[in-house]
Write a protein of this length. Structure first.
Length: 319
């Protein structure tokens, strides 16, 4: 991809938008294709410091990009817009020769598109291009290990460049994922021995308010035989850095440790039930296709118990 002035040779985003708009593709495929090109063009424009209208694709690159992005949009439509997971992306390493000279791998536009996504490097040259990066950024729902699934079909895409010791290939698997739901989450922990009880209460309130999935405290014995508290929190990967900053600021700890774990989650269903005290919300959990738990909502039981001036457990039992 080149970012030159309006007179540069090649296809600009305007030309590509026209080609897609006039094509025989379905409306939803056109919309997704245009969204992919908008994201790609925006990244190129940002790293080159030019308006997005001035981004041009050289002739070969434009054809490749149109086939790759419109083809991916059509594939998603054909497959019924499935949920997409991917392994972390191998970006390669070293340098690559471009129209702007020799650049480090991953290229600047690739880096811009990969913000917030898990990547790793290798001494194999350029493995991931901006076109591939925009597909990962726009189409992938989650990154991690291969989920438990019944495979229905597979496909392989082969590159032209020879890579010593391994095939230059990307593989896609299509299948039905098991009914259990899992996701990659971060566990953050630190020990604290100089915070008051009120401080711990405020710490939990702040962390949960900032998006932590769970926060809990465990008594521990620390150095010099001091009693302390192990602070543990769970969070989505995208909230890791702001929650770590908040944890250190509020706890006074000098550091913390993190690890990535798999979290299995039951499917949750909310249903109202009518009791003699009023309506109570019931939370029902399913895992592996069967009900594993049901519980009345605490706040509903509390509100109705106060209104009827009866013990909370009576409302809970009625629900």
């Amino acid at each position: 991809v080149h970012a030159h002035g309006p007179a540069a040779k090649g296809r600009g985003l305007y030309n590509i938008r026209e080609l897609i708009a006039k094509s025989a593709l379905g409306s939803s495929v056109k919309e997704r294709s245009l969204q992919l090109f908008a994201r790609l063009g925006g990244a190129e424009a940002k790293v080159h410091g030019v308006p997005v209208e001035h981004v041009h694709f050289h002739e070969v690159g434009a054809v490749d990009a149109i086939v790759d992005l419109a083809g991916a949009a059509a594939a998603m439509e054909f497959l019924g817009n499935p949920r997409v997971s991917s392994s972390p992306a191998n970006v390669g390493g070293g340098t690559v020769l471009t129209a702007h000279g020799r650049l480090p791998v991953p290229a600047p536009a690739t880096v811009e598109l990969l913000r917030g996504l898990p990547i790793y490097g290798s001494a194999l040259g350029e493995i991931l291009t901006p076109t591939g990066a925009v597909l990962l950024a726009e189409l992938v729902d989650e990154f991690g290990d291969l989920p438990a699934m019944a495979i229905e079909a597979s496909g392989y895409g082969l590159g032209k460049r020879e890579i010593a010791g391994q095939p230059n290939a990307v593989r896609a698997l299509l299948g039905t994922v098991a009914e259990t739901s899992s996701a990659q989450v971060e566990v953050v922990e630190c020990e604290v021995d100089d915070l008051s009880g009120e401080g711990f209460g405020f710490l939990m309130e702040r962390l949960l308010g900032a998006g932590a999935l769970d926060v809990y405290f465990t008594p521990v014995q620390m150095k010099k035989n001091r009693p302390g508290v192990l602070v543990s929190l769970l969070c989505r990967r995208e909230l890791l850095e702001p929650l770590v900053a908040l944890l250190l600021a509020e706890s006074g700890s000098l550091g913390c440790r993190t690890q990535t774990v798999t979290r299995y989650e039951a499917e949750r269903e909310i249903m109202p039930v009518t009791t003699r005290f009023g309506t109570v919300t019931i939370k029902r959990a399913r895992f592996g296709g069967r009900v594993v738990a049901e519980a009345p909502e605490y706040e509903d039981c509390r509100r109705l118990a106060l209104a009827a001036n009866v013990p909370w457990r009576e409302v809970f039992a009625a629900a």
